[in-house]
Design a protein around this ligand. Structure first.
Ligand SMILES: C[S@@+](CC[C@H](N)C(=O)[O-])C[C@H]1O[C@@H](n2cnc3c(N)ncnc32)[C@H](O)[C@@H]1O
Length: 250
């Protein structure tokens, strides 16, 4: 297996593919305070195996189109949705988030947890805006500095990994400059990273290595993920995922 295939293998049998929790999804929904009906259309972009998609389907009326690049994650979501009797509400779509097939002003809500970074925050805001109805909503979680300054080591790491990392004030400005109005903001607490994402991942390391014959590439995948966890433990007071809840201007 290639390194990418192994990364998918490590992540696919999990609740979530990134930091977050049902509580965070529900908190953002509560801030939105939506009144939905059967015609309400939501896209969940970069849905992974759909931890948040299921919460959305349980709490919103209408259709949810769950988009991801990788069929392995979408198949898992489809199976989960079937078991819960939610498969008539959740349509899975294998597409890249930078080439979506939606029409102009087709969607009432765009949701994307921990995924917009794949095409860059500001690029995503611009690209996806056309698909939203006027007055429609955009909810994204995105890596964010939570203090005004931080140690060089972590600053340099993120400036290489994802130079668009910034403070919430800067990201809110980007939303405003691109035709959105902020409705609400909060950032994930440490449990959403550790208890919901890193600990379950660490518990999967052993089986993952075993089923992949302890190959050099599989060991590298584990080491890289462990390094990410170590970095988080060391610098968790300086960054998190910010949840940005915004409305497209009329
Ligand atoms: C960090 S995971 C977050 C998954 C899920 N939203 C969650 O919070 O558990 C990022 C997701 O984006 C997907 N992804 C990466 N590049 C993509 C692209 N170009 N188009 C659509 N999805 C993509 C990945 O497959 C993965 O499921």
């Amino acid at each position: 297996m290639t390194e990418l295939e192994l990364i998918i293998d490590l992540h696919k049998n999990s609740e979530r593919q990134g930091p977050g929790s049902e509580g965070d999804t529900l908190k953002a929904l509560e801030i939105l305070n939506l009144n939905t009906d059967k015609n309400f259309k939501t896209a969940d972009i970069g849905c992974g195996s759909g931890g948040q998609t299921i919460s959305l389907a349980k709490n919103l009326k209408g259709q949810i189109i769950a988009v991801d690049l990788f069929p392995e994650f979408l198949n898992e979501l489809h199976e989960k949705a079937k078991k819960l009797g939610l498969d008539d509400k959740i349509l899975t779509l294998e597409k890249s988030m930078d080439a979506l097939p939606f029409h102009k002003e087709e969607l009432d809500l765009i949701w994307s947890e921990g995924a917009i970074y794949n095409i860059g925050f500001e690029n995503g805001l611009k690209k996806w805006k056309d698909y939203l109805k006027k007055g429609g909503f955009l909810v994204v979680s995105e890596i964010t500095w939570i203090t005004p300054s931080r140690p060089n080591e972590i600053e340099e790491f993120w400036n290489v990994e994802y130079p668009e990392i910034d403070t919430a004030a800067h990201k809110i400005k980007q939303l405003e400059n691109n035709g959105y109005t902020l409705v609400g903001y909060f950032y994930l607490n440490q449990d959403s990273w550790v208890k919901n994402y890193y600990q379950p991942m660490q518990e999967r390391f052993k089986d993952f290595l075993k089923r992949n014959n302890n190959s050099g590439t599989a060991r590298k995948v584990v080491e890289d993920h462990q390094a990410e966890i170590d970095l988080y433990q060391k610098f968790k007071d300086y960054y998190s995922y910010g949840f940005y809840i915004a409305r497209k201007n009329e």
